[in-house]
Design a protein around this ligand. Structure first.
Ligand code: GLP
Length: 244
């Protein structure tokens, strides 16, 4: 789905999420959302906040699972995805703190494996993800599933690709400050979401968008696995469609 601007597309995406939340609420059910960080979903979160403030959209029945977190990472660090989500969404809506899940960048290494298993178990216990929101990295990663991630990969600790670390360097004040690892939901639990909304904005993403949409399905570009999902929409602005 291509739009002139990311702002127009983001309003449509936020509307779909809001419709899900309201529909679930009317049935007395929870809406289970898989959320992403990075710049791509920011305008969607802005619009959800606006819908909360101006149109009474409540997040009381919303359960969220974020894709990933750097490792190691303290939750109160300016670089943490915990902080990112609070500042860009959670602090501005009426979501219940106990319904927020973000991989914990402080878990001791020997406990990461069981932490990751528990994380997937919590998603299952919530009834599975109704909608997973995704951005794409220039490496073709979804979450932090870098090239080499298999279709069956589970939630785990990963080593970040050099390109991903270079892209993150400015916000960390230099490459040396960027963590070398992260905890990410695997490709498998992402693919188990009932609906996937992928978004990519700007001409910088055009080459990887072409590979994701038109390329062979391959673990060299983990986002190509989305071609196999039966309810996925790819939202692009004009720049991101340049190579299609
Ligand atoms: C980070 C996140 C990804 C995100 C990607 C793209 O690496 N872990 O989930 O999709 O960046 O970032 P942006 O949306 O800023 O282009």
């Amino acid at each position: 789905l291509s739009f002139g601007t990311s702002a127009e597309a983001s309003i449509v995406i936020a509307q779909e999420i809001a419709d899900l939340i309201r529909d679930k609420a009317s049935k007395g059910e929870n809406a289970v959302l898989g959320l992403a960080t990075g710049s791509s979903p920011l305008k969607v979160y802005d619009e959800l906040i606006r819908l909360h403030k101006e149109e009474g959209l409540s997040f009381k029945n919303v359960i969220t699972f974020n894709l990933d977190e750097y490792y190691p990472m303290q939750p109160d660090s300016v670089h943490s995805y915990v902080r990112f989500m609070k500042e860009n969404l959670f602090d501005h809506v009426d979501i219940d703190e106990k319904n927020i899940h973000i991989p914990d960048g402080t878990v001791a290494m020997e406990n990461v494996y069981s932490f990751c298993q528990d994380y997937e178990a919590k998603i299952a216990a919530a009834g599975g993800l109704d909608i997973q929101v995704l951005g794409i990295g220039r490496t073709g990663h979804i979450g932090f599933n870098e090239p080499g991630s298999t279709e069956n990969s589970r939630t785990r600790i990963v080593t970040l690709d050099a390109v991903t670390r270079i892209d993150a360097a400015p916000s960390f004040g230099g490459l040396d400050n960027v963590p070398k690892r992260a905890i990410t939901m695997g490709v498998k639990p992402i693919m188990q979401a009932g609906r996937i909304i992928m978004m990519a904005w700007g001409s910088g993403k055009a080459p990887i968008v072409k590979k994701m949409v038109e390329g062979d399905i391959s673990m060299q570009v983990p986002a190509t696995f989305l071609q196999k999902h039966d309810n996925v929409s790819v939202y692009l602005d004009e720049g991101a469609t340049e190579n299609l």
